[in-house]
Ligand binder design. Structure first.
Ligand code: SF4
Length: 434
């Protein structure tokens, strides 16, 4: 019996899929290469915007007859029975805290009991649920994901996450260290700490906070990786201690995902973010002063209800001031359950689209300008994969998470040095210098 997991959304979803794959393989099922070869298809869904949410229905609609279909993840959690009403060929709904029972759920489906019972499991758990995917169940042999917390207590007014992932649950310190050591022993070159609000992590029993965790991971001889990254963090909880820890350990990669969402304090307050534009810029300033080679990436929402041209101009000017390494930008999409859902979605769709275009064009120029500064420099690159279209070429990443393409026979997972010769806004091109 074969299964296939189609994953939409963020790294947390990817890691959840790895965990589900691990659980199913332990139960004796094997992973199929694609949905056509699978008997059981799990769609791990993303609810963060409306468009990805809709993708589950088009994907499920394209599946051939006779397959057992499970919808898991954030849409499963928020929409539950509604999904079954809309597509009766879906067999089971598994929320974000229930996929640990995916083996039992598949057994139930195969025993054809699911439709007779209640085929929805979406209760929130109050405690952290431990699951560590085997190496074989992970999508990468180079960069290993480690979930350290789940959920969010911030309730930003536009965000559905507290309703799909529940309140914050933090993973115990020993379990995180054990997974980091496991990945390092397996030859992973970087670890990526995951959580919706990662810098809020704490082990209350041990009175430990995120900065202590980072410090211990970076100092541990058994966590012998080259880079440690963390996503996603919340700007309102940054402090000088985090800057100190990062400055002390070169192993902590010099790129932070630091989601601003808007450059206007007025909009930030309406979004229920707890920092102002000035506070955000002050943290960036302190980071850059202490760690000059640090770079930032960010998320932005344009067209939030009530966003004026002036507010939007402040977002553009924030981009110019911070000079982000890259950004993820989206037009505002009202999400049910959130407090902003009650606000009038009053920005004309054409204006939203235009603002998105302006943000992305500006960012493209910033990236191109900064990438040009690397021409003629030789930099460390981690080979992350073979080029899918060009034989003899590989793709790599720099410490700042820039993409580099070059000809090489250096194996995936190894570091090399690359002289940068040409650049575009989204990638660099060079020759290997071993
Ligand atoms: S901090 Fe992030 S995950 Fe939490 S509510 Fe805000 S946007 Fe959503």
């Amino acid at each position: 019996m074969k299964f296939f997991i189609k994953t939409y959304g963020c790294q947390m979803n990817v890691n959840d899929s790895e965990k589900m794959g691990h659980i199913l393989e332990k139960r004796g099922f094997s992973a199929a290469d694609n949905e056509n070869d699978a008997d059981i298809v799990i769609i791990n869904s993303c609810a963060v915007r409306e468009k990805p949410q809709e993708k589950i229905f088009s994907f499920a609609g394209r599946l051939g007859k006779g397959k057992k279909i499970i919808v898991a993840g954030c849409v499963a959690q928020s929409e539950k029975e509604k999904i079954l009403e809309r597509n009766p060929s879906i067999n089971y709904i598994v929320g974000t805290h229930q996929y640990y029972h995916i083996d039992r759920i598949v057994d139930e489906i195969l025993a054809e009991k699911s439709r007779g019972d209640h085929p929805v499991k979406a209760q929130f758990s109050k405690v952290w649920q431990e699951a560590v995917p085997d190496i074989g169940a992970r999508i990468s042999r180079v960069s290993g994901y480690i979930s350290i917390m789940e959920g969010c207590d911030n309730f930003c007014s536009y965000c559905i996450v507290p309703f799909t992932r529940g309140r914050e649950k933090h993973r115990p310190f020993e379990n995180i260290m054990a997974e980091a050591e496991y990945l390092a022993a397996a030859g992973y070159k970087e670890i990526i700490l995951l959580g919706q609000n990662v810098n809020c992590w704490g082990d209350r029993e041990k009175n430990m906070k995120f900065t202590v965790l980072l410090d211990r991971l970076a100092a541990a001889p058994a966590v012998d990786v080259k880079w440690i990254r963390f996503i996603t963090s919340y700007p309102g909880y940054y402090d000088d201690e985090l800057i100190d820890v990062m400055a002390r350990h070169e192993k902590i990669a010099r790129n932070i995902h630091f989601p601003a969402q808007s450059g206007s304090t007025r909009v930030l307050m309406k979004m229920n973010r707890i920092y102002s534009r000035d506070q955000y810029l002050e943290i960036v300033r302190r980071f850059k002063k202490r760690i000059p080679d640090i770079t930032f990436s960010s998320d932005f929402i344009v067209g939030f209800p009530g966003e004026t041209e002036n507010d939007f101009g402040l977002t553009l000017s924030l981009l110019e001031k911070v000079e982000y390494e890259n950004i993820f930008s989206f037009v505002y999409s009202p999400r049910r359950f959130t407090s902003a859902f009650k606000l009038k979605d009053d920005i004309d769709p054409g204006v939203k689209k235009q603002r998105l275009y302006r943000v992305q064009e500006l960012q493209k120029n910033i990236q191109l300008k900064n990438n040009k500064l690397l021409i003629g420099k030789t930099i460390d690159v981690l080979v992350t994969g073979l080029h899918p279209k060009v034989e003899g070429e590989v793709i790599g990443r720099t410490v700042n998470y820039r993409v580099v393409n070059f000809e090489s026979d250096t194996p995936v997972g190894e570091f090399t040095r690359v002289l940068i010769e040409r650049v575009g806004p989204y990638s660099l091109r060079g020759v290997e210098k071993r």
